[in-house]
Design a protein around this ligand. Structure first.
Ligand SMILES: [Zn+2]
Length: 569
């Protein structure tokens, strides 16, 4: 049996060479299958996939920990160009083989549904289009990542300029905002053309798959079995009715606190408390200790998971020269462990990010017992419930009294900012989502950028109010240029909105029954991808519902909590 030689860790293998994995794929493809040995075949394939995926994950982690090491970059490129595409083709062949078998295993129902969907949607003609789209996506990154200008004698890019939007001096942030908008508008024609090229290719892909439009394709491609475009529209309407007015109230409060006549786009990011920014910790050890205390208070078992990550060096949290930007949590499938990568500098955002990523990490721990890799493949809409709920569940323990980082007043400030952010996000999410529904169901009209601008503008009017953009109409109507998801991952955004509604319900439940809410949260995570999206929500104690009544209830709760916290400052 070849599979008795399958490595049980990635330490001893060369993950850059396809030859490392190929014999196992070949054996699976050739093995005689019958009713008795199919499960063993699935188990072997699953173990092989774990090895391939963990290899890819670790190569990526190592590269992002040290971007100056050319050997690590080369290993990454070898994997991406050589191993990953061949593994995809080999997996596709095994999938096709599996789908001809009569597999009746209860725990394979949903994984099989997903595979059947992928196999049905697959078109050979779409493969080169996908490669082409990936190149255009890279063009977007290059164009926007390359935007920079002189600022007080120093060259600054958009990220660096964005920091000035928090400057207490209004003239500084106004100048920064205008500088940023000028940069974006300088790329207006380029970005229009890029998007139209992408739109054409995406329409071609849905044609090839015999679907009426690219929206129908995207919904299938993203495995959206639990909701339809109609449900998205219901969500948009509920946001317009229940959340937009609450967002306006937040802006109004901000306007008063800043003593301004009108709030302008350069005023929305500034802190109104007139106190210096929170400085919760210094160095990785302090961040880990404080977070461990908080998570222990949430649930001792979850705290133990986090302690395990610290002991096994699965946390790399501090920024340093040569480290890639951003933060993520990735899964090491063979070890059944998560890895968290971050660029901490000692600010509250870092604490918030770590609690978020810890939620993702707990998903990995809770699903470790599931026998087959496809069962750990949970939908994005629920993956973010795991992480966003953890931010909410941990919030009461941010104070030093509970082992955390803050005085009661500092903690209240951090929590208010978080809760206000949740409210402000939803109307913006609705604009991004509704815009794309229009584009991909009106592709002819959308090929004219002026129509895209007008549609974005009308949606902005509908969902976003409280900030005065007058005099900057061009910047306002081209807002869709500034959302990378619209270019790179069409329709991928509403997931965050849905997850937020789920997480708010988990938190609501915890206010009256803490132990019960956390128990349900953990049980729901442990189901992995073996249940449907509504079933996962239900297991977590939440309804998969996005109507006005639901949002009204949650917004009221958030506003009430903000008021209580304001009294503690
Ligand atoms: Zn996340």
């Amino acid at each position: 049996m070849l599979f008795s030689t399958l490595p049980t860790t990635i330490d001893a293998i060369d993950p850059r060479r396809w030859e490392t994995f190929e014999p196992y794929y070949t054996e699976l493809q050739q093995r005689d299958l019958n009713e008795v040995n199919t499960r063993q075949w699935l188990t072997d394939w699953s173990k092989l996939s774990e090895l391939v995926w963990e290899s890819g994950a670790m190569i990526y982690v190592k590269k992002s920990l040290d971007t100056t090491d050319t050997e690590k970059e080369q290993a990454f490129l070898d994997y991406v160009n050589e191993v990953a595409p061949k593994a995809r083709v080999a997996d596709q062949a095994l999938k096709e083989r599996l789908l001809t078998l009569d597999v009746q295993d209860d725990d394979m129902v949903l994984p099989l549904r997903n595979m059947r969907n992928e196999a049905d949607l697959f078109r050979k003609e779409n493969v080169p289009l996908q490669t082409e789209l990936a190149k255009l996506d890279n063009e977007y990154d290059k164009e926007t990542g390359g935007l920079k200008t002189e600022w007080d004698g120093e060259e600054k890019n958009l990220v660096q300029l964005g920091l000035y939007l928090k400057d207490p001096d209004r003239t500084v942030r106004e100048r920064a905002w205008k500088t940023m908008m000028d940069l974006w508008l300088g790329s207006r024609e380029t970005l229009n053309k890029l998007y139209m090229d992408m739109l054409g290719m995406r329409c071609q892909m849905s044609d090839n798959a015999n679907l009426p439009d690219y929206r129908a394709y995207a919904f299938r491609d993203r495995g959206r079995f639990a909701y339809t475009p109609e449900d998205c529209f219901t969500f948009h309407e509920a946001i317009e009715t229940a959340v937009t007015p609450a967002a306006r109230r937040i802006y109004e409060k901000k306007r008063k606190a800043l003593k301004l006549e009108v709030l302008r786009p350069w005023d929305v990011d500034v802190d109104t408390s007139n106190t210096p920014p929170l400085k919760p910790y210094e160095g990785q050890a302090e961040l880990i200790q404080g977070s461990l205390n908080i998570l222990n208070s949430v649930d001792p078992e979850l705290g133990r998971y986090f302690a395990t990550m610290a002991e096994e060096e699965l946390l790399d949290l501090e920024t340093r020269p040569g480290k890639a930007l951003g933060g993520y949590c990735t899964t090491l499938h063979v070890r059944k462990r998560p890895f968290i990568f971050m660029n901490g500098v000692g600010i509250h955002d870092n604490v918030q990010t770590l609690l978020h990523e810890a939620g993702h990490a707990f998903h990995v721990f809770e699903t470790a017992e599931l026998p087959l890799i496809w069962q750990t493949d949970y939908p994005m809409e629920f993956a973010e419930v795991a992480s966003m709920s953890m931010e909410m569940l941990a919030a009461p323990y941010l104070t030093k009294e509970n082992g955390g980082f803050y005085t009661a007043s500092e903690s209240a400030r951090a929590r208010i900012e978080h809760l206000e952010g949740l409210i402000l996000f939803l109307p913006y999410m609705a604009v991004v989502d509704a815009f794309q529904h229009w584009v991909y169901t009106n592709p002819e009209a959308a090929l004219n950028a002026a129509n895209c601008d007008a549609t974005w503008d009308a949606l902005w009017d509908r969902f976003m109010s409280g900030v005065d953009w007058s005099g900057f109409e061009d910047a306002r109507m081209t807002g869709w240029h500034r959302k990378p998801h619209i270019f790179s991952s069409p329709f991928y955004y509403i997931e965050y909105g849905m997850a937020q509604v789920g997480a708010l319900q988990v938190w609501r439940n915890s206010l009256t029954d803490r132990a019960g809410a956390i128990e349900a949260y953990r049980q729901a995570l442990a189901l992995g991808g073996t249940k449907t999206l509504p079933e996962l929500f239900a297991a977590a104690g939440a309804e998969f519902r996005f109507d006005t009544a639901m949002l009204t209830e949650l917004v009221e709760l958030v506003e009430r909590t903000i008021e209580e916290l304001e009294a503690q400052i």
